[in-house]
Design a protein around this ligand. Structure first.
Ligand code: F6P
Ligand code: MN
Length: 309
């Protein structure tokens, strides 16, 4: 029996009618991220790789990845401004002032997992207009998960689709379709919650205990948002990073993390919640603002709302 040719990321976007500039941006990001990954080993401890001209140890991986992704995103000519979690000020692509997109970037999500060799990722949000904008104004969001296999998940508002890195017959790395129009499984199976439980609100603590006592969900938490998200995307359930006494807005950042991932999540049939509204409806003038994050199967988010009321 002949095996059908696997569908590449580019072919998939063409077949879904993703507009040319956006398609080229997503495809370019996928290639840039693959390339970046080849350099990771040099930057793991700052001791294995080169020293700079002053004889200092090389930059940490997250700083290096940020520079690499930003430089190469600018080179696509498709981006006029980048808001990055690693930059104090947004980067203006002065060579492309009329480029169609403004992007947000969490270049290395889950950096505490670098040293332990566990999964981490990169998250990108794409807007046509400059920020501040609500997440519902995103025209696309995607993430790359650097795990035992490398996956890329994207949405342009027309479902959520997942690809895996593999090699073509000539040895070139490509992203091939793993699943299109992903739907969060019902009932959910797993949950992951960040932050110090002794600092959670009492109502939330009860809700969390009920996740295993009543809902019978299993714990899955690795401390990388992208990887914990991938757990619930494939197995259903709930991920939360709630407020604590010390951090009343939780830990995750609205612009770089919560909004793009909520966009992908809601496109897969899930519900998002900030404690007040969908994460796609939250306004923030400050691009560095944090927000409580709750992403779950619709029924679980409804139960959460009742529990917190
Ligand atoms: O980007 C912040 C982050 O690394 C997320 O990837 C992750 O969900 C969270 O922090 C983990 O935080 P903690 O170490 O408090 O569990
Ligand atoms: Mn992050």
């Amino acid at each position: 029996m002949e095996v059908a040719e696997p569908i590449t990321l580019y072919q998939h976007m063409e077949s879904r009618g993703v507009e040319t500039d956006l398609r080229n941006l997503i495809y370019s990001f996928a290639s840039i991220a693959l390339d970046a990954q080849h350099h990771f080993p040099k930057y793991l401890r700052g001791t294995l790789g080169d020293k700079n001209k002053y004889g200092e140890a090389v930059a940490k991986l997250d700083e290096w990845v940020n520079g690499y992704l930003c430089d190469n995103l600018v080179k696509t000519g498709l981006v006029r401004k980048i808001y990055s979690e690693e930059l104090r000020e947004p980067l203006l692509a002065t060579a492309n002032p009329k480029a169609p997109f403004v992007v947000t970037l969490d270049p290395l999500d889950g950096s505490s997992n670098i040293i332990t060799n566990n999964a981490f990722g990169s998250i990108v949000g794409v807007y046509k207009e400059d920020l501040p904008k609500k997440g519902k104004e995103l025209v696309a969001a995607f993430y790359k998960l650097y795990g035992p296999v490398n996956t890329l998940v994207y949405s342009t508002g027309d479902g959520t689709h997942e690809f895996v890195k593999h090699y073509d017959s000539e040895g070139n790395a490509r992203f091939y379709l793993l699943g299109e129009n992903l739907k969060i499984p019902e009932p959910g199976e797993v949950f992951g919650i960040g932050g110090d439980p002794t600092e959670w609100d009492a109502k939330f603590l009860k809700f969390a205990k009920d996740l295993f006592r009543v809902e019978r969900l299993k714990v899955r938490y690795c401390g990388t948002f992208v990887a914990d998200f991938s757990q619930i995307l494939h197995r259903g359930g709930i991920f939360a990073y709630p407020p604590t006494k010390k951090s009343p807005n939780g830990k995750l950042r609205l612009t770089y993390e919560a909004a793009p991932m909520a966009f992908i999540w809601e496109q897969a049939g899930g519900a998002s919640w900030s404690g007040k509204e969908s994460l796609l409806d939250v306004s923030a003038l400050d691009v560095d603002a944090r927000t409580p994050v709750y992403l779950g199967n619709k029924g679980l988010i409804e139960r959460l709302k009742l529990a917190l009321a």
